[in-house]
Design a protein around this ligand. Structure first.
Ligand code: NAP
Length: 337
């Protein structure tokens, strides 16, 4: 490559550590700066690093808002390595002509596997059992040691019946013979409903009738504290709640109180308000399974997500075989015309 061509290469910032082979792919097209500390920069540090760059390769912990965009007027593309994009103000990006992309589909089945693992773990008291054993409290077999709840044949409730919600529903209906209820703002088409044996119900009915309720809605102003004290009060005392959506969809303080008072039986949480901090009331309880935001974290899936984010950035900045046609844009209106 000639020095002139080299000089024209766009500059991009990889905002957190990612697979080295993916950074190498980006280096084939761009001048790449990486965050080798692998800690989140402050907004001011992020703005300073991003200034003068055309592309940002972001993780869910990187906040891209109007103030940052105004500080970085040369930015043309923000490519998030996640399907959720509540860390990015997409409207502010669109208003400034900044393309935003996410990584849907490639993580759907892996996330659904993990959500189902959490449902089973909460219902059958899996981590509680392990702590009991490791703590030396298992001294003999007893008919009523750690009695749990059945998953097979129970009613599975899904709040947010999109790609991942449907994959969870499929596992429940086909693998565990569950009755599936869901709530979305819009109804699925009849063929999808019938393939999943799923019925759309009001949010209130979903709360009242679910034995195992799974949250997989995007986080937004509308879904902030979608599950709080009032919603928990509608659930069965024998119900479990699983959150693989985002912190903030659940009011964690209200959930800790409901679990402590056994107003619901158990919960399993992969995401938390203010993570990586976890509400101390949750940490103190046995009837909640806690995991560190790893629902999509299989090696193959995280690599696929990282490569899809790179494909998006390369194409969004006019490079590679898909130049100008990033595979998964969130504001595709910027690509038209
Ligand atoms: P999706 O296909 O867009 O599905 C989201 C579903 O939520 C849609 O069916 C949508 O239907 C529904 N929805 C949106 N707003 C709603 C509201 N206010 N009330 C009720 N339903 C609402 O997204 P996905 O790929 O399944 O991913 C869902 C979310 O899972 C992501 O946004 C992400 O935050 C989270 N996630 C977490 C992890 C993890 O590591 N824990 C991994 C992957 C994904 P309507 O538009 O009809 O309402």
């Amino acid at each position: 490559m000639s020095p002139e061509q080299q000089a024209k290469r766009p500059a991009v910032l990889v905002c957190r550590r990612v697979f080295p082979e993916v950074v190498e792919r980006l280096r084939e097209h761009f001048e790449v700066e990486t965050n080798d500390e692998d800690a989140d920069w402050s907004p001011a540090q992020l703005a300073a690093r991003l200034r003068g760059k055309q592309g940002a390769y972001t993780m869910p912990t990187n906040r891209i808002d109007a103030a940052l965009l105004d500080a970085c007027p040369e930015l043309r593309a923000v490519c998030n390595m996640a399907v959720g994009f509540n860390n990015i103000d997409v409207a502010a990006c669109t208003a400034r002509g900044v393309l935003v992309t996410n990584t849907p589909d490639v993580l759907t089945e892996t996330t659904a596997d993990f959500a189902f693992a959490l449902v089973l773990a909460a219902a059958r008291r899996l981590t509680e059992g392990e702590h009991y054993l490791r703590g030396g409290r298992w001294t003999s077999w007893s008919f009523d040691t750690l009695l749990g709840l059945d998953v097979h044949g129970a009613t599975l409730g899904i709040l947010g019946m999109g790609r991942i919600g449907q994959a969870i529903a499929r596992r429940g209906a086909l693998g565990f013979g569950m009755r599936v209820l869901y709530h979305n703002r819009s109804r699925l088409d009849a063929a999808t409903e019938s393939a999943l044996g799923a019925s759309r119900v009001s949010k209130e009915q979903l709360l009242r009738e679910s034995d195992h309720l799974v949250l997989v809605v995007p986080y937004s102003a509308e879904t902030h504290h979608a599950i709080g004290a009032a919603e928990l009060a509608l659930m069965k005392p024998s119900a479990t709640l699983t959150n693989v959506a985002r912190g903030g969809v659940v009011d964690d303080a209200a959930l800790a109180a409901a679990l402590r008072e056994r107003r619901i039986a158990a919960a399993a949480l992969d995401v938390f308000e203010g993570e990586p901090a976890v509400h101390p009331g949750l940490l103190a309880l046995d009837n909640v399974v806690l995991t560190p935001h790893i629902a999509s974290a299989s090696l193959r899936t995280r690599l696929a997500m990282a490569n899809l984010a790179a494909d998006n950035l390369i194409a969004a900045l006019g490079r590679g075989p898909q130049a100008g046609r990033p595979p998964t844009p969130l504001n595709p209106e910027l690509l038209r015309g």
